[in-house]
Design a protein around this ligand. Sequence first.
Ligand SMILES: Nc1ncnc2c1ncn2[C@@H]1O[C@H](COP(=O)(O)OP(=O)(O)OP(=O)(O)O)[C@@H](O)[C@H]1O
Ligand SMILES: [Mg+2]
Length: 289
Amino acid sequence: MTSEKENGENAMESALSSVANSAAQSRRTPGTQAMGVGLEARGIHAWFGDKHVLDDISLDFWSGTVTALIGPSGCGKSTFIRTLNRMHEFIPTAAMAGEVLLDGKDIYAPGVDVTKIRLKVGMVFQKPNPFPSMTIAENVLAGLKLAQIKVDNKDELLEECLERAGLWNEVKDRLDAYGGSLSGGQQQRLCIARSLAVRPQVLLMDEPCSALDPGSTLKIEETISQLSSSMTIIIVTHNMQQAARVSDYTAFFLSDGGPGSMIEVGPTGEIFGRPKDKRTENYVTGRFG
Ligand SMILES: Nc1ncnc2c1ncn2[C@@H]1O[C@H](COP(=O)(O)OP(=O)(O)OP(=O)(O)O)[C@@H](O)[C@H]1O
Ligand SMILES: [Mg+2]
């Protein structure tokens, strides 16, 4: 006999998988693009001091797809995505092992220019971090200045990036206002526009909507869907509905007292509908975490 609680959980699981499946129908079939594997993580381990926090994570991220990373707090999701653009090594006491291949080349190989990697693998953080005393326009173009990239037509690029980030219509008449004068959701889209200006191949997003209202969240999800046709997107989220709406693939991370490991990865509809591992099922149905 199934209890009412179990019936409720099954209903929730199938609701999430139907969200994922209907979202998938409006996108291309994941993994079938001719664009190939954009980013590959191979046997990633991470430590803070002598604390082992990530255990042997291998994951492929296809170009033109969105991958959601889910799992309870502290299982290593943020640490993992920081290894994908070499931000991890800048944290005191941090160490790592493994390879990250971008277009088949290890970003940790000797002689690789870290600044160039950060341009190719952009990042958007949980808390929007625009430069408050720079104007909206200056914020968008700030990365170009830092990387000393010359552009022929700055106005065109500015409009393109703000348009792609879903912010153009709201700010086109006040490009000279300060970045700090925007709402939280607008600031987050400004940060997305800023990361797009240097034309990254991969965009890492660590809980980009966790501080936003539902309207701003929806706008950012639309932005993610639009961007995903031309780049690789990896998003950490605690919002299962969001993972179901925006991602093609979902990877479930878990730390069972020891270092975080990846329990399961697959097409999002399958992870929410027919997960292979009981622990994934328990998590996606809200039984723990
Ligand atoms: N700067 C740091 N110094 C020492 N330990 C850290 C540091 N950052 C993270 N850790 C530890 O590494 C482990 C993984 O943390 P991480 O932030 O990657 O988890 P997370 O899955 O992103 O969690 P959340 O969902 O809460 O953001 C945790 O045990 C955490 O305490
Ligand atoms: Mg985190």
